[in-house]
Every structure is written in structure tokens, then in C-alpha cells.
Design a protein around this ligand. Structure first.
Ligand code: A3P
Length: 271
């Protein structure tokens, strides 16, 4: 679940956010936004890796990952920025300057599975430990960037008032043309239907998996060990059924109903 913000493309540009630390389709959204801003020009969007084209606001990691703040300082508007911060920690300037914010969220079970594999291969993250224990850590909000539940609810509750575009991974999978058009309108951009179709193709899972500027192959060990699990892993809705036992699923669902009872976010666990 990611977010992007813009202040009429003058101060910050666009900010992309997601729920929890990663694994909700942030990189996908970043590629779509970059292509929309460049009229679907694939070559221009291969000018640098994702993390350089669209800095990660709060990242402060060992090389070769660039510091988000250093990159942002060097950028000229429109600035597109990625963050995983929960809404209460987004710097006030984003709101005061009316940055556009695109929030990408993904159903909890697929997010959990994806994050588990990410924690296995990201050597800068804590060890995920056994699968069963990881499910409990997720439910208790004991993973990086805190509780998934609080994160998705925080943005959901304020999305109308703050003019946040709240998009769902499952909707994007189901109909990328429709969702990319929504993003285009939200950003006050206008590209032709043919260009949108090209962006759908350029941001398909397989094309991005093969694109060295979008697949994070430029971040090797000791940060990512992609021999354990690749960054562009499966890109599917419903992979959780291959991980949860029926007892784990039932236990998760009961807790989910309780933690999510105060909101009605239309997440889907299959499409
Ligand atoms: P999986 O681990 O389920 O494959 P993020 O960029 O927020 O870290 O999210 C990464 C997740 O988004 C991974 O999920 C990755 O495969 C998926 N993803 C990235 N690009 C995608 C695309 N073009 N289409 C579908 N899923 C994509």
C-alpha cells in the first residue's frame, strides 16, 4: 500500500504511499505514475531505477540505496515521492501544500504473504521467523511501519477530506486500464487511450519483472538476497490460499472482523 502526493506540482510533487512497509503494489503504482507523467515513454522511464526516479521519503539504508531526503533535495518539481508512513506521520507540508496523494492498499492476507517473503530476502529487515509466528506478529502490528489495520484505516478515514486517491491492488489487477485512467484524472493529466493501453502493457507483471529499472535487481546483497525470494515474486491476488492452513485462516478472519469493524473498506481476497 503506497502513497503519492503533489502540491500542484510545485513543492513536493506527487507522493505515493502504501500500507505497512511494503508489498502492496507501490512499485507498480510508481511505474504507472512515471509513465503517465511522460506520456507512456518507456525509454524515458528507464532513465534510472525506481528508487532514484521516485525517492523513498523515509529511507536511510546502506548503499546502493540512495537516501530519500538527499534525492528529494536535488529534485525539481514536479516531485514524485514514495512513502510508507502512516497518515499521522506524513509531514504537514504535504497537506498544507495540497500535494496529491495516491494510496495503494492490498488485502491483508496477500499483503502478509508478500511481506513474509520480502522479510526473508531483505537482509536489512528483521528475520521473519516461522510462518505461524509471523501471522501473529502481523495481527499485533509488530512489523515494520506498524499495524496494517491502523495504516489502511488511517488513510481510509481521511481520504475524502484530504482528497486522497485510495486504490486497491485487487481493482488494479482486475482492470488496470480503468484504474490507470482514474490515476490520470486524479493527477489532472490527459493522455490518449492508446497511451493508457501502452501503460497497461508496460506495467504488466511480466514486463516489469523483466525491466531492470523496475525490478530491483539493482539492489544486490547485502541488502536484497534475491536468490531467496525475488522482489517481483508472483504479482497475484489470492496467493494466500497457498500459505494459510484453514485453521490459520479462520483464526485470522475472526481477528480481522474485530480489528476492521469500524470501517467498510471494500477489500477482496480473491477476484
Ligand atoms: P508479490 O510478493 O505478491 O508478488 P511493493 O512494490 O509495494 O513492495 O509491492 C510488491 C508486490 O507488488 C509484490 O507482490 C510484487 O510482485 C507486486 N507487483 C509489483 N509490480 C507488479 C505488477 N506490475 N503487477 C502485479 N503485481 C506487482
Amino acid at each position: 500500500n503506497g502513497v503519492a502526493v503533489s502540491i500542484s506540482f510545485t513543492v513536493y510533487g506527487i507522493c505515493l504511499c502504501r500500507a505497512r512497509t511494503a508489498r502492496t503494489g507501490t512499485t507498480w503504482t510508481q511505474e504507472i505514475v512515471d509513465l503517465l507523467l511522460h506520456n507512456g515513454d518507456a525509454e524515458v522511464c528507464k532513465r534510472a531505477p525506481t528508487a532514484v526516479r521516485i525517492p523513498f521519503l523515509e529511507i536511510c539504508a546502506p548503499p546502493p540505496i540512495p537516501s530519500g531526503l538527499d534525492l528529494i533535495e536535488q529534485m525539481k518539481p514536479p516531485r514524485v515521492i514514495k512513502t510508507h508512513l502512516p497518515i499521522q506521520l506524513v509531514p504537514k507540508g504535504f497537506w498544507e501544500n495540497k500535494c496529491k496523494v495516491i494510496y495503494m492498499a492490498r488485502n491483508a492476507k496477500d499483503n502478509l504473504v508478500s511481506y513474509f517473503h520480502f522479510d526473508r530476502m531483505n537482509l536489512t529487515q528483521p528475520e521473519p521467523g516461522p510462518w505461524d509466528g509471523y501471522i501473529h506478529k502481523f495481527m499485533k502490528g509488530q512489523l515494520g511501519w506498524g499495524s496494517w489495520y491502523d495504516h489502511v484505516k488511517g488513510y481510509w478515514k481521511e481520504h475524502k477530506e484530504r482528497n486522497i486517491l485510495y486504490i486497491l491492488y485487487e481493482d488494479m489487477k482486475e482492470n488496470p486500464f480503468r484504474e490507470i485512467k482514474r490515476i490520470m484524472h486524479y493527477l489532472d493529466l490527459s493522455v490518449s487511450e492508446d497511451v493508457i493501453k501502452r501503460i497497461v502493457q508496460l506495467t504488466s507483471f511480466q514486463v516489469m519483472k523483466d525491466n531492470p529499472m523496475a525490478n530491483y535487481s539493482y539492489i544486490p546483497k547485502p541488502v536484497f538476497d534475491q536468490s531467496i525470494s525475488v522482489f517481483m515474486r508472483k504479482g497475484e491476488v489470492g496467493d494466500w490460499v497457498n500459505h494459510f492452513t484453514s485453521a490459520q485462516s479462520q483464526m485470522f478472519d475472526e481477528d480481522y472482523a474485530n480489528q476492521m469493524k469500524d470501517v467498510d473498506i471494500p477489500f477482496r481476497f480473491s477476484i
